[in-house]
Design a binder for this molecule. Structure first.
Ligand code: ADP
Length: 171
């Protein structure tokens, strides 16, 4: 009998987009168990707290039985070891992602040779999509439907409708 395969998909997820969700849905087809690791990064000023980001992801993935969402800080490889993950999943959009991601993967492998990094290329419809763009559109009252899951859309509306002079975001 083969070992249970556990993967971690780490990131800021500030907030989760449909590009992230696509990687999660493809990841769970490959692995027995997938942990979405929400990074608590002291060097970044996120829009949402780690707990808010975790809740939005949990709400979105509650239909999947083999996905777990956790907040972590410190070194990813330490958290991956603690969670008994054999694989780190990262999504790749452009060549610029590749350069940075390879560097991190090589360093992680040096620290934890037993853990492999697996890159999943983005699905073309999400290649332009990232959390920063979504926040930018939402902050100006633009429509973000189709870019993020409904739970995230709602949270972004709540967050920005308070500042928006027009009250609510446009449909
Ligand atoms: P980080 O700060 O760790 O890059 P992100 O939340 O921006 O956190 O991204 C987490 C992971 O998801 C990264 O591997 C990133 O390349 C990947 N990713 C982000 N957006 C997309 C997308 N649209 N398609 C595929 N992968 C994506």
């Amino acid at each position: 009998m083969r070992a249970v395969l556990i993967a971690i998909y780490p990131g800021s997820f500030d907030p989760l987009t449909n590009g992230h969700l696509d990687i999660i849905e493809r990841g769970i087809k490959i692995f027995d168990h997938l942990i979405v690791g929400v990074l608590k990064n002291p060097h970044k000023q996120p829009l949402f707290t780690p707990e808010e980001r975790k809740e939005m992801i949990q709400e979105t993935v509650k239909c999947f039985t083999n996905v777990e969402v956790d907040v972590f800080d410190g070194l990813l490889v330490n958290f991956a070891r603690e969670k008994k993950c054999q694989v780190i999943i990262r999504g790749l959009r452009a060549i610029s992602d590749y350069e940075y991601e390879t560097q991190i993967a090589v360093i992680n492998r040096k620290m934890a040779p037993e853990i492999e990094t697996l890159f999943l290329p983005t699905s073309t419809e999400f290649s332009y999509l990232n959390s920063t763009i979504v926040k930018e559109i939402a902050s100006f009252g633009g429509c973000i439907r189709g870019l993020v899951p409904p739970a995230v859309e709602k949270k972004l509306r709540d967050k920005f409708s308070k500042n928006a002079p027009w009250g609510i975001l446009s449909e």
